[in-house]
Design a protein around this ligand. Structure first.
Ligand SMILES: Nc1ncnc2c1ncn2[C@@H]1O[C@H](COP(=O)(O)OP(=O)(O)OP(=O)(O)O)[C@@H](O)[C@H]1O
Ligand SMILES: N[C@@H](CCO)C(=O)O
Length: 351
């Protein structure tokens, strides 16, 4: 058997889009790309995978396959299917365009890369829905991973599980993803918790081709865990209804041509997460309230991207004015930004 090379490409994602906290996600034109060289089986001594990494996060990402998030997820998938080790002598070249900890779904992309890698290496031929189950054992909110896997503007929910399945799905991440030592005994980690079937369900909404995404990216990282800690456990009925009304309108409004700024701007407002996250993101309330369709023709709506700190502005034109004015507002708060004009793209591919 000859060696084989395959490529896995996963898009960045923006979750929430204002009112859809933990519900909606959008795949965007920045990618995490893995190029994998798998040598033919041989009798030579076992060689652990060699990881090489360029682009965003290159200075901080672990290159040990037993510590790196993507390869640990791949190994989790393999071990759930009775395969103890990676094939010998793998070389994995990673190139990443998705900045870490900015609200553009870097960890979701790394997790989806892992399930697709495990699926390929183990020749498991798992359907997309089952791959999503594995991803949801690692990243427990479905918005980023679903959009990264299937692409487009996507809404998803987690199925309510029975008691046994809830227990399996509630295993601490450290147990789902232990740092497998390469010299562990034969049976070590061979029985990780297998995900219940059908955890996540999704639907893709329409998306108007005229809409682009301006990602306004502050030059600091904010981990999703920190940005979730500031959220309350309970909300008022008034705030929930505020978000539900807007989300119901938004999921259709973004698919209409031409898109209606008056409808969308209001429909992208939120009372569930953004008000609480402003303590972590200086300038957030100002940027989202001072940049409007009236002041910036072409703007449709503006919100926090995922857990932040990136701001996502959806617009049909006037991109530079939106981004540069956001830059000035952030600057007054002592925050420097970079910005990128992105399009909505398809989901992950393996080729
Ligand atoms: N390509 C990658 N390879 C390995 N680990 C990664 C990769 N991308 C992200 N990570 C890990 O995920 C962490 C960032 O995850 P986090 O959930 O905090 O932010 P995010 O996914 O960028 O933002 P959000 O979830 O709000 O969109 C990084 O610090 C790193 O540990
Ligand atoms: N819905 C999640 C997305 C973060 O990746 C949050 O806002 O915390």
């Amino acid at each position: 058997m000859a060696s084989r090379t395959f490529r896995i490409k996963i898009p960045a994602t923006s979750a929430n889009i204002g009112p859809g906290f933990d519900v909606v996600g959008l795949s965007l034109s920045l990618h995490l790309t893995l190029t994998v060289l798998q040598p033919p089986p041989s009798d030579a001594p076992y060689n652990a995978p060699q990881l090489r990494y360029t682009g965003e996060g290159a200075a901080e990402v672990p290159l040990d396959a037993y510590k790196n998030l993507t390869t640990r997820v791949a190994l989790y998938l393999l071990r759930c299917h009775g395969i103890r080790l990676f094939p010998s002598g793998l070389v994995i070249d990673v190139h990443n365009e998705i900045p870490f900890g900015r609200g553009l779904g870097s960890s979701g992309a790394a997790v989806i890369a892992g399930v697709l890698l495990g699926n390929e290496l183990g020749a498991l031929h798992l359907p997309r829905a089952r791959l999503l189950d594995f991803a949801l054992m690692v990243e427990r909110h479905p918005d980023n991973v679903t959009a990264a896997l299937v692409g487009g503007f996507v809404g998803s929910y987690l199925r309510e599980l029975d008691d046994a399945a809830t227990q399996a799905a509630s295993v601490p991440l450290s147990e789902v993803l232990p740092e497998y030592p390469p010299d562990a005994g034969e049976d070590w980690g061979l029985n990780p918790p297998v995900p219940p079937v059908g955890i996540g369900h999704y639907v893709r909404f329409g998306w108007s081709d005229s809409i682009r995404a301006v990602a306004i990216i502050p030059r600091f990282e904010l981990s999703t865990a920190t940005a979730r800690e500031v959220l309350p456990l309970q909300y008022s009925r008034k705030d929930l209804v505020f978000n539900l009304q807007r989300l119901a309108v938004l999921t259709t409004a973004l698919g209409q041509s031409p898109p209606d700024p008056e409808l969308i701007y209001e429909a992208m407002k939120d009372r569930i997460h953004q008000p609480y996250r402003k303590v972590l993101i200086p300038g957030l309330p100002e940027v989202t309230s001072l940049i409007t369709p009236m002041t910036h023709p072409g703007l449709l709506g503006i919100c926090l991207s995922g857990a932040g700190p990136t701001i996502l502005a959806l617009a049909t034109h006037g991109f530079e004015a939106i981004a540069e004015d956001a830059r000035s507002i952030f600057k007054e708060k002592g925050v420097d930004i970079d910005w990128k004009l992105l399009t909505v793209v398809g989901g992950s591919v393996v080729e």
